[in-house]
Design a protein around this ligand. Structure first.
Ligand code: PLP
Length: 385
């Protein structure tokens, strides 16, 4: 059967494959601790659910505006702008079913065949997948463990040039938990202006920062004209299954992104958007509580990993992932991740599934209870000994 050759260039997100394998094992009676999928283990707050139920009762069950309903675009503009000290025009906001389509639609819209795209490596695999899919040239920017998984400024300056069409940033970062500082952002902003490149800043972990303040390239002077700000409700509000994300775009891109919405999804679920308004404009104490729990778990998992011979782990500044260096165990990360699942009942991800510079690491999501994290650590220790 014919399959368009471009499909060979489309990558994937391994977390979903490992989750499927873990579920298979569970169906056979194996006890698995899930540290693979990047999903808060908390339920969506009640007031958010109530808003969706009320919207359903109120008949918000049909199609709606392709770029998102006006009150949600206004709420996002107000919230995203005030958190970054800028004013955002709601007309620049496009809502989508999750943050992922913002990556897909941005790359489809601004990257042509042969254009260079700089992206973090290790990094969220969908960046590289989409660059290859559209025939762009993927230019990995190494994140260095010795820099707490920030990139080296000289590495970056050696990669950026007049063929660079797009620079992708992700802070706080998946899979390392690294956080970019104002210094790196200023260097990227200056280079983007000099080489007339777009910037896509993926800030879906904005609400999950443990130490210090979030810095966004979107706040730097002149950057809103060339920056796509990506955020969503999945991680911040424990709403992964609701499928709610958004992009804030330079004005000329909005009509193209909206047309992609019309061609692919028509619109984002109408009643879900009322839940998004309640999440963004309502009480935020549940978000702070979730973050405090992640912080406690971070301590348990990082200390535990560092106490296992052959493993070292930096303390992540944000998100809910530990990116453990397993070089000292003598294992290749793919083999270790596979055997930890098959032989020890601990689901983790191979660091290399986040790109070539992830080899030698495994990612453990600590969006799980302390009890389960301790159980997993015990199993990893026993397996390696
Ligand atoms: C860095 C990053 N960006 C985007 C996404 C996609 O989020 P969503 O579930 O809202 O599509 C994820 C999800 O894991 C992520 O880690």
């Amino acid at each position: 059967m014919f399959i368009a050759p471009r499909m060979k260039r489309l990558g994937t997100e391994t977390a979903f494959e490992v989750l499927a394998r873990a579920k298979e094992l569970e169906a056979k009676g194996v006890d698995v601790v899930h540290l693979e999928i990047g999903e808060p283990d908390f339920d969506t707050a009640d007031h958010i659910k109530e808003a969706a139920i009320e919207a359903l009762r109120d008949g918000k069950t049909g199609y709606c505006a392709a770029p998102g309903i006006p009150p949600l675009r206004e709420a996002i503009a107000e919230d995203a702008g005030s958190r970054r000290g800028v004013t955002i025009d709601p007309d620049r906001v496009v809502v989508a079913p999750g943050a992922k389509p913002i990556i897909t639609n941005t790359v489809l819209t601004v990257v042509d065949e042969g254009d260079e795209v700089i992206y973090p490596n290790p990094g969220f695999p969908i960046y590289e997948s989409m660059i290859h899919f559209v025939g762009g040239k993927a230019v990995p920017l190494r994140l260095r463990e010795e820099n707490d998984f920030r990139f080296d400024i000289d590495d970056f300056l050696g990669l950026v040039n007049d063929r660079t069409r797009l620079i992708i940033l992700n802070t706080p970062h998946n899979p390392t938990g690294g956080i970019l500082t104002k210094r790196e952002l200023e260097v990227v902003a200056e280079a983007a202006v000099k080489h007339d490149a777009y910037v896509l800043t993926d800030e879906v972990y904005l609400n999950i920062i443990y130490d210090g303040e979030h810095e966004s390239i979107y706040s730097l002077p002149g950057m809103e004209e060339r920056t796509i700000l990506l955020d969503g409700l999945s991680k911040s509000y424990a709403m992964t299954g609701w499928r709610l994300g958004y992009g804030v775009y330079p004005k000329p891109l909005v009509e193209h992104i909206t047309r992609l919405n019309i061609n692919s999804i028509s619109c984002t679920s109408h009643f879900s958007q009322y839940a998004a308004i309640a999440a963004i404009t309502g009480p935020q104490d549940h978000v702070k509580k979730m973050c405090a729990q992640f912080k406690e778990r971070r301590g348990v998992i990082v200390d535990g990993l560092n106490s296992i011979p052959g493993i070292t782990c930096r303390k992540p500044g944000g998100a809910f992932y530990a990116f453990a260096n397993v070089g000292g165990t003598g294992w290749k990360s793919a083999d270790l991740a596979r055997d930890l699942l098959d032989k020890a009942g601990v689901a983790t991800l191979n660091g290399a599934s986040f790109g070539e510079f992830g080899e030698g690491y495994i990612r453990l999501s600590y969006a799980n209870s302390i009890e389960n994290i301790e159980k997993a650590l015990g199993r990893i220790r026993e397996f390696l000994s």
